[in-house]
Design a protein around this ligand. Sequence first.
Ligand code: G1P
Length: 292
Amino acid sequence: MKKKVTKAIIPAAGFGTRMLPFTKAVPKELTPLVDKPVLQYVVEEAVSSGIEDIMIIISSGKEAVIRHFESAPELEMRLLESGKDKILSAVRASNSPARIEYIYQPQLNGLGGAIRLAENFAAGEPVAVLLGDTVLDSSAARPVTGQLIDVYEKYGSSVIALEQVDAEKVSSYGIADAELLAGNIFKLHDLMEKPSPEDAPGDLAVASRYLFTPGIFSALQKTTCGLHNEIQLTDAIRLLLKTENVFGCQVSGKRFDLGTPDGFIAANVEFAMRCPELRSKLMPRLRNILNH
Ligand code: G1P
């Protein structure tokens, strides 16, 4: 019997090395996309996909993540008194409707090492995994995590979000060796973590969202250190493939990775341009910059 997917894990423990020195004191998951931290978009995607319980994996020094999702009575009172209703509702919206719990990753030993810590939280149920530094802006009505849940409900197997990338980018991602089944659904044969373009089995990259059956935790227990001496989630998925089917879903949604300076700036420009008020303020300034 397939279980309803109501749980999600959001790993948010990493150092954010590509955004140093900004991330020395501020968690990269709190990088703003216009006026909201990237992690709030990720939590909102989970909630609008039907997720009710979230476990966020953090590390020491990233307590600001916890504070962001807590209520802030004094601040709210001040905003209420000064009639700043619009800002007040934006602040209240960050008190997530999902239950959020936190766990510390004591040793930063990779994405697989982080997910492994959530085994008790998953408690034998299927779980979604959403990387906390990446927004997947769905062009379809259904958010990307919801798209994965739909595939899980159809096939009863783990599903990984896939996106086509240019050949020179394959070395930044987990790359799938997959066979097209129908529409946007693939059967996964193998995965390679960050291959060179010559070794890559294709151009379909793992795109920051996963849906796992409980089998992923037994696979993670058996996964030893891989690339960069870290426990790679990709290696655990390869082990899972030995005992279960794993599907790929080429998702409809645009990915914004805010973990790099260019990704952060491009995402902010694009989201700002979608907001009429900001667009009209920014366009003259951008034209001016480009003309000089
Ligand atoms: C991780 C995964 C990789 C995946 C990528 C984007 O890499 O290990 O397989 O393609 O996220 O989802 P990272 O970007 O953390 O180095």
